[in-house]
Design a binder for this molecule. Structure first.
Ligand SMILES: [Zn+2]
Ligand SMILES: [Zn+2]
Length: 333
């Protein structure tokens, strides 16, 4: 008989069940760059054919992509982002923001984003829709929402060892560590615990119903990657607390973007399982994802990018959009 694990119902977990594996994240990244066709993903990602077919099928089944016939005879299909899929744009932006802030030392190239509405080079920001202040992990609190409860965890948790497409095309856009965190479900769940304020090994083990060796492995990985730090507990000798570093805390906008998407598209009739409040204004957090220069909301068709190489001026002006609702190819370098 199979036993099932039950975990706290949560929109991030639901979102990651759909998009939270390495290949799906890369497929979606390319969708936002305008890729629509099977052979183009295959070429860019060097992904095994069957795996690509599986992931596309799953993304279509979950209504993130839709399969559209673009030639009648012989029939040819392409995959376009649905409204639900396009709504993941803020997740992509928050991932890119975090990668650019924290992984710059390893890079020779990075991406500059431009906001066509104000015409300036900008950084995307997650702000409170009520008071406008930037959303910071330590300034939010959460309460159970109408959809709170426990639900069955997915039967299979992805293993770390699943083939890694490192070195895929466009590695500079957004993969690397954020994808590593999101693509390994246990890693994400451990960092999720830290955002919920759970700091102790035993408390995490209970919260996640996770095996001791897996928890120890993910904690040490997150410490090595600089998202958590291990500190002796003040109240008990020989016990440690795992707390978020600045880099770890700054991952919060990625979580907020995923939660917002999950609440919007996956919460069902019951409503959101968890509600965040913004402490500076005391109101329920309704996040906005905006340009740090003009404060305007960021929409895919109004954001363009330029690839910048170290020791050089930005490559060519007038770069195209990262994506448009119709997914115009705009990948230039
Ligand atoms: Zn506020
Ligand atoms: Zn702007």
């Amino acid at each position: 008989m199979t036993t099932h694990r039950y975990i706290r119902a949560n929109s991030v977990e639901r979102a990651l069940n759909i998009i939270g594996d390495r290949w799906s994240l890369l497929i979606l990244r390319d969708s936002f760059l305008g890729v629509r066709r099977f052979q183009d993903w295959q070429r860019r990602l060097a992904i095994p054919r069957q795996r690509l077919a599986d992931r596309l099928k799953k993304l279509v089944a979950h209504r993130v992509l839709r399969k559209v016939r673009y030639v009648e005879k012989p029939p040819r299909y392409e995959y376009r982002l649905t409204a639900m899929g396009r709504d993941l744009y803020t997740v992509a932006l928050m991932i890119r923001r975090w990668e650019d802030r924290w992984l710059t030392d390893r890079r020779q190239r990075w991406v500059w984003l431009f906001h066509s509405t104000c015409g300036r080079h900008m950084d995307p920001r997650c702000v409170c829709g009520r008071c406008g202040a930037e959303v910071i992990a330590t300034q939010t609190r959460f309460e159970d929402g109408p959809g709170a409860g426990r639900e069955r965890a997915p039967g299979r948790v992805q293993r770390r060892s699943e083939a890694s497409p490192m070195g895929a095309a466009n590695p500079q856009f957004f993969i690397e560590l954020a994808t590593e965190v999101l693509a390994d479900r246990w890693t994400y769940m451990v960092i999720g615990c830290a955002f919920l304020g759970i700091r102790r090994f035993d408390a995490m083990r209970r919260e996640l119903a996770i095996a001791t060796n897996i928890l120890a492995d993910r904690l040490s990985r997150l410490v090595d990657d600089g998202l958590l730090k291990r500190l002796p507990a003040r109240d008990r000798a020989g016990v440690y607390d795992y707390v978020l570093t600045e880099k770890g805390k700054d991952f919060f906008p990625v979580v907020v973007a995923l939660m917002t998407w999950g609440d919007r598209w996956l919460a069902g009739d019951k409503g959101p399982p968890l509600i965040l409040y913004h402490q500076p204004c005391g109101r329920r957090l309704v996040p906005r994802f905006v340009c740090d220069r003009c404060g305007g909301d960021l929409r895919p068709q109004e954001v363009s990018y330029r690839l910048v190489v170290a020791h050089q001026a930005p490559i060519a002006a007038g770069a195209g959009p990262i994506a448009t609702p119709d997914g115009i190819e705009a990948d230039r370098h």
